[in-house]
Design a protein. Structure first.
Length: 306
């Protein structure tokens, strides 16, 4: 169980050091070491956080916080560290499959961005590995996705999976379907989106409305889920994830009814000659919203003298 918890808005802080200092000031704890999950690649103890202006370095952070050791993990590396210690209550299973004991595990997490990681067995336990696969080129699979790619190429220098398969990417799909008149945009929705700081939850909630779902928003989420399934299947093939595939991040737990409709698993398993292999891989949604924190803590416990 955690000894202390708090939530902070990252955008309100100029640095991780400032945020961590505020957290420590609210507690009576005097830690000697720390593991931090950060949303960006970590190279040689340094990270330029992808969606913030932070530059974080282990040595500087340790000195500023008066800690003996600091380790930085990519945020998906942190979620991957949590996977082996999750229990059944932390998961919603989309596909039971036929898992291979100690087989490789894939983790894909659409949140603000799209993160990917994987785990391999080293003979005694699973070892987590970070990646930046979410920034790989978006590969359309049908005419709608080809037109979506062409639409986004007019706006972005590089169209990655994160541009369509994340919280920041969902509005890109919505705008494309709206502009190509796939369905009419209701006036009430247009007005709400015009004043929204973040359109993603508005689009998702309108799609999930049980009484009057918005057709345009349903089409947006269906397209999103199909692309997510395809990319999850791509990752599963690349690491041969016979141990299972785990969907993390903030979005999957909120859209389980859409994930259950079938588009996700259909796209996940549509891998030609290797479809049978992918069909045997279990697929789970991580429901625990604190998985990354749990994983960062697990990393710290696994490396007490790192």
């Amino acid at each position: 169980m955690p000894l202390a918890e708090a939530t902070f808005a990252s955008a309100d802080y100029a640095s991780l050091q400032a945020l961590a200092t505020d957290f420590l000031a609210q507690t009576d704890l005097t830690p000697t070491r720390a593991s931090f999950g950060v949303a960006g690649p970590v190279v040689d103890g340094r990270s330029e956080v992808t969606n913030l202006s932070w530059v974080v370095e282990e040595t500087e952070l340790a000195q500023a916080l008066r800690l003996s050791h600091v380790r930085l993990l990519n945020d998906l590396d942190a979620i991957a560290h949590a996977v082996p210690v999750l229990d059944q209550g932390d998961l919603h299973t989309l596909h039971r499959g036929d898992p291979v004991p100690h087989g490789p595990v894939a983790v894909i997490a659409p949140g603000t961005g799209l993160g990917e990681a994987f785990l391999t067995w080293d003979g005694s336990h699973h070892t987590a590995h970070a990646s930046e696969g979410g920034h790989a080129d978006f590969a359309p699979r049908n005419s709608t996705e080809i037109e979506l790619l062409q639409h986004l190429m007019n706006r972005f220098e590089h169209v990655s999976y994160e541009r369509v398969c994340s919280g920041s990417g969902l509005p890109n799909i919505y705008q494309y379907l709206r502009d190509c008149r796939h369905a009419e945009e209701p006036a009430w929705l247009r007005d709400r989106l015009a004043t929204a700081d973040d359109p993603t939850p508005i689009i998702a909630n309108a799609a999930l409305d049980q009484h009057a779902p918005c057709a345009l928003c349903v089409a947006t989420l269906d397209t999103f889920v199909s692309i997510l399934g395809a990319e999850a299947g791509n990752l599963a093939l690349k690491v041969v994830a016979t141990g299972g595939v785990y969907l993390g991040g903030g979005i999957p737990p909120r859209i389980v009814p859409i994930l259950e409709k079938g588009q996700f698993m259909q796209a996940f398993q549509a891998k030609g000659r290797l479809s049978d292999l992918v069909a045997r891989m279990p697929v789970h949604v991580i429901l625990n919203p604190k998985a990354a924190l749990l994983g960062a803590a697990q990393h710290g416990l696994e490396h007490p003298h790192a």
